[in-house]
Design a protein around this ligand. Structure first.
Ligand code: TRP
Length: 326
């Protein structure tokens, strides 16, 4: 039997190629060795203000995006966190062994307080505990995540250890698996790709948008004119070539940049062709899926039905360990 691991997806709008290269591609590669559980974490999304009328659509959109990007419901379990109440049940028990001081030191909490100073709620403070519950409920030994999630994984190991030493060995201590492509910058060439910075290539951008965005993306600032030589090692377009282009094309572009025999636009044209070819089928599959929301809901319902027995088995052990069975 394949082992499980859990990884969470925020139902927060459109995915960009940073998400794709950073996380999704990695998950899809793990579908054969493991039976992964991908949870659309709607309870985590409630820690910031939101419009309840939009939640259903956000969940469907996230599901369609991941399915379109290659998540196969035969190999992986795609579910919604709130469909399996054991997540919040375990979170409560973990709450009772979590010192408040430990949570207040987590950098993502401090960031969120800075971003939402008028809504510092208990859920925001408790976010890492619910995330630890997501992971431990399925006895995950690995968790593929982006680098920004490492403090949460450290916390999860901490809680697992605390639980095991207080109540007996129940949980594995999970290790983060960081994806190799996680270092892709935004189109500004400076910041990480981020929705709020408007520097993203989205998985549902049209061919024209992809072409326009990449044509104006920042390259080595030393290349003001076509005749100026550049440094491909500091150019974000070259980072993208590393992921999308063939080794001959990469060499051609890097050499051409160093001795100014290729212009940035010609270098970008090669990249644009590959990115368009990668994104187009994902965009088309997503449009197709969103036209059939009932099919998506069926997949989510089945995902919850497959996740629940695994979660219940762990909770039976946890309840016994903490002394709430009769
Ligand atoms: N915190 C994660 C994020 O913002 C989402 C998440 C929730 C998650 N639970 C998880 C990721 C469990 C991995 C495992 O992206």
């Amino acid at each position: 039997m394949r082992k499980h691991f859990f990884s969470g997806i925020q139902p927060s709008g459109r995915l960009h190629i940073g998400n794709y290269l950073g996380a999704i591609k990695q998950w899809i590669a793990l579908q054969d060795e493991y039976e992964p559980i991908f949870g659309i974490v709607d309870y985590h999304a409630m820690t910031v203000r939101y419009d309840p009328a939009e939640m259903r659509g956000r969940v469907l959109d996230a599901a369609a995006s991941y399915l379109a990007a290659g998540l196969e419901p035969e190999k992986s379990i795609l579910m919604v966190q709130s469909d399996v109440p054991e997540h919040t049940e375990l979170a409560w028990i973990l709450n009772c062994i979590t010192p408040m001081g430990r949570l207040s030191r987590i950098p993502t909490f401090k960031d969120k307080v800075r971003q939402n100073p008028d809504n510092v709620n208990m859920g925001l403070f408790d976010y890492p505990v619910l995330m630890a519950a997501d992971i431990l409920l399925y006895k995950s030994e690995i968790v593929p995540v982006g680098e920004d999630q490492v403090p949460h994984l450290e916390f999860t190991r901490d809680v697992a250890e605390r639980f095991n030493s207080a109540f007996g060995e129940v949980f594995a201590e999970p290790a983060e698996v960081l994806s190799p492509g996680a270092r892709i910058l935004g189109l500004d060439g400076v910041n990480k790709m981020s929705k709020s910075l408007d520097n993203c290539l989205y998985l549902d951008d049209s061919d024209d948008e992809i072409s326009r965005k990449l044509s104006t993306a920042v390259t080595d600032p030393a290349r003001k004119r076509r005749t100026d030589p550049g440094d491909p090692t500091i150019c974000n377009i070259m980072n993208l070539h590393d992921v999308f282009s063939t080794s001959e094309e990469r060499e051609q572009c890097a050499d051409g940049c160093r001795n100014a025999t290729i212009g940035c636009l010609d270098c970008k044209k090669i990249l644009i062709g590959h990115v368009v070819e990668t994104i187009r089928p994902i965009r088309e599959r997503k449009t197709d899926l969103l036209a059939r929301p009932d099919d998506i809901l069926d997949i989510l319902r089945e995902g919850a039905a497959r996740a629940r027995p695994i979660a219940q088995a762990t909770m039976a052990e946890v309840r016994r360990a903490v002394g709430v069975t009769r």
